[in-house]
Design a protein around this ligand. Structure first.
Ligand SMILES: Nc1ncnc2c1ncn2[C@@H]1O[C@H](COP(=O)(O)OP(=O)(O)OP(=O)(O)O)[C@@H](O)[C@H]1O
Length: 308
């Protein structure tokens, strides 16, 4: 493997199915030891891209290089650098966690018992590894799936929406676990999601895909203005309150419903805004900071459309 090459390099990748371009001209790189997010709304083309990355479908155009090897020309060398879970991990429910790993290890070459032992430790399944998989929670199955993906000592782990179906505690565990994995093993992780907040918490860099095209690639911290927070204002009467807020230069309205207005603004200016509203006889019935959403981000990046 060429040590200086990015672990994953994607250039001008496209996929057309029938007359429809599902993925169009996408380019990005994932570096060693990086957690790279692939963010986009449902139907944006994330799974189709991932299926191309792991060799399940052929690109119509473009190049994929993994660990310095072109996937199209040196498939075995390239694909042996990848561990992946696309859709759900394939596990045998009537075998134990350990038996599952041993079964998959037998189908590969060079997986030692020591490595299996180490992987079980990494995914924190030591205590339950000799129990049947059918007794595992979804989060444990997800971790066993990742253990399976790690058997071949990949340079990059590719995970398609791994938090789907997990509860908030499960999501927190997975996040911590992925960070530990990257820290201890120095591998790269490519992770897709449609939830901005998840990607913000987990990833170093991100590519955002919408309608098959990349609309942003860069550091996650530059995505949402850090000095601004999304605030929900409940006002009575709402419309007059909205007018007052819209006149303030440091307030950026993003969404309005029948009951509230969502804006981006600096958190430390809430009191000032509150005073102005009260002075104009507008009742403030609620103020709440909320998480920024992917939709807000699209407004910021593209002027708005998120649906494909
Ligand atoms: N084999 C196919 N034939 C026709 N259309 C397809 C095919 N595969 C995917 N599509 C369409 O391409 C678009 C992108 O699908 P894809 O599954 O890649 O999106 P996604 O970003 O992973 O979204 P989701 O999170 O909903 O799976 C969708 O509109 C889907 O219906």
């Amino acid at each position: 493997m060429n040590q200086t090459a990015p672990v994953l390099e994607v250039k001008k990748l496209s996929k057309q199915i029938g007359k429809r371009k599902i993925v169009e001209d996408i380019t990005f790189e994932v570096q060693k030891g990086e957690i790279f997010g692939f963010l986009g709304p449902n139907g944006a083309g994330k799974t189709t891209t991932i299926r191309m990355l792991v060799g399940l479908i052929r690109p119509t155009e473009g190049m994929i290089q993994i660990g310095g090897y072109p996937l199209q020309d040196q498939f075995i060398e390239a694909i042996s650098q990848v561990g992946c879970i696309v859709e759900n991990p394939e596990l045998y429910p009537y075998l134990t966690g350990r038996e599952n790993l041993e079964h998959f290890a037998r189908m590969m070459t060079g997986v030692t018992d020591e490595w299996i032992h180490e992987i079980i430790r990494l995914v924190e399944l030591e205590e339950r590894i000799d129990e049947l998989v059918k007794t595992y929670s979804l989060g444990m199955r997800q971790r066993l799936g990742i253990a399976q993906a790690l058997l071949g000592s990949p340079k990059i782990l590719i995970l398609d929406e791994p938090t789907n179906g997990l509860d908030p505690a499960g999501i927190r565990e997975l996040r911590a676990f992925i960070r530990k994995l990257v820290h201890e093993q120095g591998i790269s992780v490519f992770i897709s999601s449609h939830i901005l907040h998840e990607i913000q918490l987990m990833c170093d860099r991100v590519a955002i895909i919408n309608k098959g095209k990349i609309v942003y690639t860069g550091p996650v911290r530059e995505l949402v203005h850090e000095e601004e927070t999304r605030i929900e204002w409940r006002l009575d009467p709402l419309q007059s309150g909205v007018q007052v807020l819209k006149e303030l230069s440091f307030v950026r309205p993003v969404e309005q419903t029948e009951e509230h207005l969502y804006v981006y603004m600096p958190l430390d200016r809430i009191a000032e805004v509150n005073e102005q509203l009260t002075a104009k006889q507008i009742k403030v019935t609620g103020i709440r900071p909320v998480q920024a959403t992917l939709e807000d981000l699209f407004l910021q990046l593209t002027g708005g459309e998120t649906k494909s």
